[in-house]
Design a protein around this ligand. Sequence first.
Ligand code: JD8
Length: 380
Amino acid sequence: MKVEILSIFPDYFAPLSLSLPGKAQEKGLLEVAVHDLRDWTHDRHRTVDDTPYGGGAGMVMKPEPWGEALEAVAGPDSTVVVTTPSGEPFTQALARELATHKHLVFACGRYEGIDQRVVDEAAVHHEVREISVGDYVLNGGEVAALVIIEAVIRLLPGFMGNPASLSEESHEDGLLEYPVYTKPATWQGRAVPEVLLSGDHGAIAAWRHEQAVRRTAARRPDLVPASHLVEEAELALATRADAGEILTLQRACWLQEVMSNETLAIPTIHESLADVEASLASWQTYVLRSAGRLIGSVRGTLEGDVWEIGRLMVAPDLQGRGLGRRLLEHIQEVAPPQATSYRLITGERSLENLRMYKKAGFSVYGPLGDSVAVVLGKRR
Ligand code: JD8
């Protein structure tokens, strides 16, 4: 891979001759060329900036030096990477993608940014990627380019001594790193987790995975893949504090019921927060949480010797992963001893629900009055 960089501060890239990037260049895995943008100026002051059209603070980088520099450095197979706070987010997946490119040309701006016509013109001749390394403001594009270059070149075949280590890394499998330890086994009265000294590789792998999921759930719930959200989901009795989220999930889940049964005559969708709060007094209500997010709920109440089951709901983006079955199993398990049968209601055209309930041993008893609902039941 060839990496070329255009900047008015070329010395920023001296670190690329150090450590692994330096060795990669020695091994011919990587070619790096850093260019001073001012080399494409023609006035005595080597001017690269001017005042912004439309006024405002600061200066803007002039288009001419950039146009000439990119024409000189970038070719038809080059990918021009412009680092900018308004770019697409840089991720491990984007790093993997850029690592397959043969020629990357980094355009590092300064001041308030580069005249927009530079990017517009470059995009006619090259693939142009405007990339941001994070939601914070730097003074220029150089540091961001260094971040991207390091993340990309370390993925080059032959770059890392042990490529296997790449696959275990943060963000590779969507999870954050598990905690790591080395000798001594005890330090400052703190012991290394026993499992890591056990030699049981299966147990170690399981412990590391669980730690990675927990850490990701705690620090980056946005990264927790649905599969892990499901794996880590925990049931608990609902409290008043859950009422708002229960109402929100209820509204989200019953939208499907409204669409399936083509009616708004479904009491659940007309319930208010006060109704949900009040229901907690008469219904034994459970919530399913994962990574702090309410992803499911169900409730039950005893009517004579019948355990009424209701409000079984799973977040729409997590349906089809067995959470509904888990909630249904749980609400049956917690039925009081007096309950000799179960009863629940769903839409006559709520086919997914009907499929799940019948699979769980429920059978349709009949319509609920003249509504679109049907009653299902099951002996305990
Ligand atoms: C390129 C000029 C400074 C930015 C006025 C401060 C990336 N994640 C990121 N944060 N900041 C940058 C970045 C900042 C840059 C330039 C990248 C060129 N600046 C400007 C706009 C506000 N000053 C970045 N990638």
